[in-house]
Design a protein around this ligand. Structure first.
Ligand code: GDP
Ligand code: MG
Length: 317
């Protein structure tokens, strides 16, 4: 009785936006903290197009993570949309986490040679929100190399705390989490305590397929690709030998040109088959159920410039 009372009075809940340039490790950190693969992670920049909400609940607090697309200069409509989403995340946040990569720290140069980082840091300062600097990938650098970076940022008095971490090995992430939790506003939970995301299974399935394409192709193909789940059928019952009946998933992979379609399909469909096999394994692990995955490649010229299409795919409202 006493305990319950105390818990509801002292519960903390709020939004934490994870900002930073592409590829610094934002999705890796969130996935690691949530102990689940919520956001896709690939070695190539800008795989995150959506603003993803990951939810971390304990008995004392609930953190709503906004994992944002990397901050970049808009070159085409999709990038503009991404910049807008990142800006919204900053507006929604109670706490800001700004992440840099220890192997190539940016944002140190006030003269503006890295204009994107400077732009973001200006926005963070203007927001006047509690901000934490996270220096990620410390597993890749000498300890001594971190000190000048930490000192330079400390002098700017923008960040409340500086946390060197490795999102990959979880070094320092527990301390970061504790620091974030202390800073959360006193508020009852905004979501049920047993869910980790507000995105549906369809969304994750499309992200897994997109991830496999990102992993396999360089250059323009991944950025010209989007995935639309056309059918997602959960089937009940068991097969003849007692095994679960596979769920049926059919997805359309859209590219912008015929040449890209040919590459994705490959010789006698070999490339597409490989992507399908890899995606299916991860999808089955995610859904905890066997699936039959059907993939089609379709061409839709200039979809990235098409407002209606971006809305349909959920990139804009
Ligand atoms: P995002 O674009 O900021 O979301 O970055 P991702 O989370 O997709 O990570 C980009 C790449 O950096 C991936 O290849 C990750 O495996 C890698 N990465 C992320 N965190 C770490 C880390 O702490 N150490 C190392 N060595 N690699 C990392
Ligand atoms: Mg990401």
């Amino acid at each position: 009785m006493n305990d319950e009372h105390r818990t509801s009075e002292q519960f903390r809940c709020g939004y934490v936006a994870i900002l930073g340039e592409p590829n610094v490790g934002k999705s890796t950190l969130m996935n690691g903290l949530l102990n689940q693969k919520i956001s896709i992670v690939t070695p190539r920049p800008q795989t995150t197009r959506h603003r993803i909400l990951g939810i971390l609940s304990t008995a004392e607090y609930q953190i709503l993570f906004l994992d944002t697309p990397g901050m970049i200069q808009p070159k085409y409509l999709l990038q503009e949309v991404m910049m807008e989403r990142a800006t919204t995340a900053l507006e929604d946040a109670d706490i800001v986490v700004y992440m840099i990569d220890a192997t190539r720290p940016t944002g140190l140069d006030r003269a503006g040679s890295d204009a994107v980082a400077a732009n973001v840091l200006t926005r963070v300062r203007a927001s006047a929100k509690p901000a934490f600097l996270v220096i990620n990938k410390i597993d890749l650098v000498e300890k001594g190399a971190l000190l000048p970076v930490m000192k330079a940022f400390a002098e700017r008095e923008l960040f409340r705390e500086i946390h060197p971490i490795s999102a990959l090995t979880s070094d320092g992430t527990r301390e970061l989490l504790a620091a974030l939790a202390k800073e959360l506003p006193l508020h009852p939970p905004l979501y049920p305590l047993d869910i980790v995301s507000e995105q549906n299974e369809r969304f994750f399935v499309s992200e897994i397929i997109r991830e496999k394409i990102f992993e396999r192709y360089q250059q323009e193909i991944p950025y010209s690709t989007t995935v639309d789940i056309r059918e997602f059928k959960e089937r009940e019952g068991a097969g003849q030998s007692g095994e679960s009946v596979k769920w049926f998933i059919s997805a359309d992979i859209y590219v912008e040109r015929d040449s890209q379609k040919a590459i994705l399909i490959g010789k006698k469909g070999a490339a597409l088959k490989e992507i399908g096999t890899r995606a299916r394994k991860d999808i089955e692990e995610f859904l905890q159920h066997p699936v039959f995955l059907e993939l089609y490649v379709k061409v839709r010229p200039k979809w990235r410039e098409d407002k209606e299409w971006l809305a349909r795919l959920g990139y804009t409202s």
